[in-house]
Design a protein around this ligand. Structure first.
Ligand SMILES: C[S@@+](CC[C@H](N)C(=O)[O-])C[C@H]1O[C@@H](n2cnc3c(N)ncnc32)[C@H](O)[C@@H]1O
Length: 324
């Protein structure tokens, strides 16, 4: 339960936050050997087909992913994973994005080899010697040997998952007996405990469209219960789920959640709404670019209003592959 910081309510006539000033930098790459499509001012993946993944992969998005990684580090108490790993030798990150999690894992486990795979070659070249990246579609048969990884991780991959059964079967096959898998996803839903989020709140309207479009393409949003069932159904044991709240805006009480909220607000100015919504709402819901922009702007505007106390929930779910 997130408690509202009482000092934030002191001046209800101020309806917006000042910029919080967080920033990040990222080394970004693009490679001419891969094909892209440009749409509504953004660059999208197309090498494996334009319907595989509907978020952009351009530099702006890469900056957002790196900022998001810092938010994840904060809400998960700086822990890169939840599974109880013991001296892992081989670690796999599916849908690695800019590879920032894989690089951090390689630093944390210098004796391990860490591999990150993604549809797009957007990872940096200068990485620890025990870290490498491969272009691969997780929805196809994986080239990795069976029983070859101590830990397989996927974070915020769900919008690119057209078959969870396939993902689970590959994860299960490639995990060593006794090894772990872990999924981390945001529940695509706005939460509010004090009634300050009305039905026409810009973020709620946006998220409702997001759910509708993801359902339409057969990738309905997931939550902790769904992922727990997935892992149990795939035969993993000791499946555990943990959740963490991410307020949008520094309205919550406590220094850490305030920082998370400020960073989430910054992420919204770093185009998170357009990243998730532009292709989905235009391609799937048939909206034009102006309409999508209006919806994104309204979400951003209401997210910046300190009188609205909205938060999102993240889940981490992990399980162990049986020894026998
Ligand atoms: C929202 S980003 C998350 C990146 C990273 N996991 C993180 O948390 O920072 C999702 C990533 O998954 C990749 N992706 C989506 N569908 C995929 C697929 N079928 N196979 C491999 N990668 C995929 C995208 O290219 C993108 O880089």
């Amino acid at each position: 339960m997130l408690e509202v910081d009482p000092t934030i309510l002191a001046k209800p006539e101020d309806d917006a936050y000042a910029s919080s000033g967080y920033d990040t930098s990222t080394a970004s790459l693009s490679s001419s050997i891969y094909q892209y499509v440009f749409e509504n001012g953004r660059r999208y993946h197309s090498y494996y087909g334009t319907d595989k993944y509907l978020l952009p992969i351009d530099e702006k998005e890469q900056d957002r992913l790196d900022l998001h990684h810092e938010i994840m580090r904060l809400i998960w108490h700086k822990e890169l994973h939840e599974a109880p790993l013991h001296q892992p030798h081989r670690i796999l990150d599916i849908g690695t994005g800019t590879g920032i999690w894989a690089v951090d894992m390689a630093d944390q486990y210098p004796m391990a080899q860490v591999i990150g795979t993604d549809l797009s070659p957007i990872q940096p070249n200068w990485v620890p010697a025990n870290c490498q990246f491969q272009v691969d579609d997780a929805m196809m048969e994986w080239a990795f040997q069976s029983n070859s990884f101590d830990f397989i991780h996927a974070r915020n991959l769900s919008s690119g998952v057209s078959s969870w059964d396939h993902l689970m079967s590959q994860m299960k096959r490639c995990t060593k007996p006794g090894g772990y898998v872990e999924l981390c996803e945001m529940e695509i839903k706005c939460h509010c405990n004090d009634g300050s989020m009305k039905p026409d709140h810009g973020m709620k309207v946006y998220v409702d469209y997001l759910r509708e479009s993801l359902e339409k393409i057969g990738r309905p949003p997931v939550d902790g219960r769904f992922m727990t069932k997935l892992l149990e159904g795939a035969g993993f044991e000791d499946v555990r789920a943990v959740k963490a709240n991410q307020p949008v805006g520094p309205w919550a009480k406590g220094a850490k959640v305030k920082q998370v909220g400020a960073m989430a607000l910054l992420q919204s100015t770093e185009t998170i709404y357009e990243s998730y919504g532009m292709a989905l709402f235009t391609r799937v819901l048939g909206m034009d670019q102006e309409k999508v922009q209006e919806i994104c702007d309204a979400a951003r505007r209401d997210g910046r209003n300190k009188n609205y106390h909205v938060y999102c929930v993240y889940y981490r779910v992990y399980g162990r592959k049986p020894i026998a």
